[in-house]
Design a protein around this ligand. Structure first.
Ligand SMILES: Nc1ncnc2c1ncn2[C@@H]1O[C@H](COP(=O)(O)OP(=O)(O)OP(=O)(O)O)[C@@H](O)[C@H]1O
Ligand SMILES: [Mg+2]
Length: 232
């Protein structure tokens, strides 16, 4: 658990190069517990790279990433995988659910990977699906769920291990506007419950609605920052 106001994510002079491409160029940033930060910027400016660095999915070229007190460069691949499972929740534009598992099993799997018993994992998964209003969909497979239902399953999966930070990359990008609004409401609820959130979006409305702070990125650099008035 994190205490309100404590730094959950700290990026210091972060750079990431892919060959000749400079995806992130000297990014420094802090995210505190309970904040909901939106990252906005044009396609290719480095937003997904930023999330991937925080999630420990990829290693920086230079600079440091500290999450929940752990400096990720000091972790072995095995420790990094454990860090990801225990501390990070991720939600993607296209849900990334496992087609062969029911909604319930998609969610429960996240906890089983951290060593939680199957019975306990399924119980917590069902509780989360219930909180997100889709308990009646628990036994269905992703193929028969609506886009909004799939994203709620993905959010439940991301919350399963009580992550220090929930990372969402264009979570409403594949949804129609009505369904997108429902997912926005869900993220806003999570923020109001104190979940630390970092979300990438092109959608100014999503940022307005859910974020306490917006960070603008261009060409791999932070070019601006503004605090948001909370709408709810
Ligand atoms: N694995 C990779 N290998 C090579 N280049 C990459 C890789 N990942 C990202 N890039 C490059 O790094 C830059 C930043 O990419 P990134 O995906 O972070 O942008 P983005 O802001 O998320 O864009 P979008 O809004 O389109 O999702 C781009 O020029 C991209 O082509
Ligand atoms: Mg992206």
């Amino acid at each position: 658990m994190t205490t309100e106001g404590e730094v959950v994510v700290r990026l210091e002079r972060l750079r990431k190069h892919y060959g000749e491409t400079v995806a992130l160029d000297d990014v420094s940033l802090e995210i505190r517990a309970g904040e909901a930060v939106a990252v906005m910027g044009p396609s290719g400016c480095g937003k997904s790279t930023l999330l991937n660095m925080i999630a420990g999915l990829d290693r920086p070229t230079s600079g440091s990433v500290t999450v929940h007190g752990e400096e990720l460069s000091t972790l072995s691949e095995t420790r990094l995988a454990l860090f990801r499972r225990h501390r990070i929740g991720m939600v993607f534009q296209f849900f990334n659910l496992i087609d062969d598992l029911s909604a319930l099993d998609n969610v429960a799997l996240a906890a089983q990977l951290t060593g939680t018993s199957a019975a306990h994992a399924r119980r917590r998964a069902l509780d989360l699906l219930d909180e997100l209003g889709i308990a009646d969909r628990a036994d269905l497979y992703p193929a028969v769920l609506s886009g909004g239902e799939r994203q709620r399953v993905a959010v439940a999966r991301a919350l399963m291990n009580r992550p220090a930070v929930l990372l969402a990359d264009e979570p409403t990008g594949a949804l129609d506007s009505h369904t997108g609004e429902q997912v926005m409401d869900l993220l806003l609820d999570l923020h109001q419950l104190g979940q630390t959130l970092l979300l990438v979006t092109h959608d100014e409305r999503l940022a307005q609605r859910c974020a306490s702070r917006v960070i603008a990125i261009e060409d791999g650099r932070v070019t601006g920052e503004r605090a948001m008035e909370q709408s709810a």
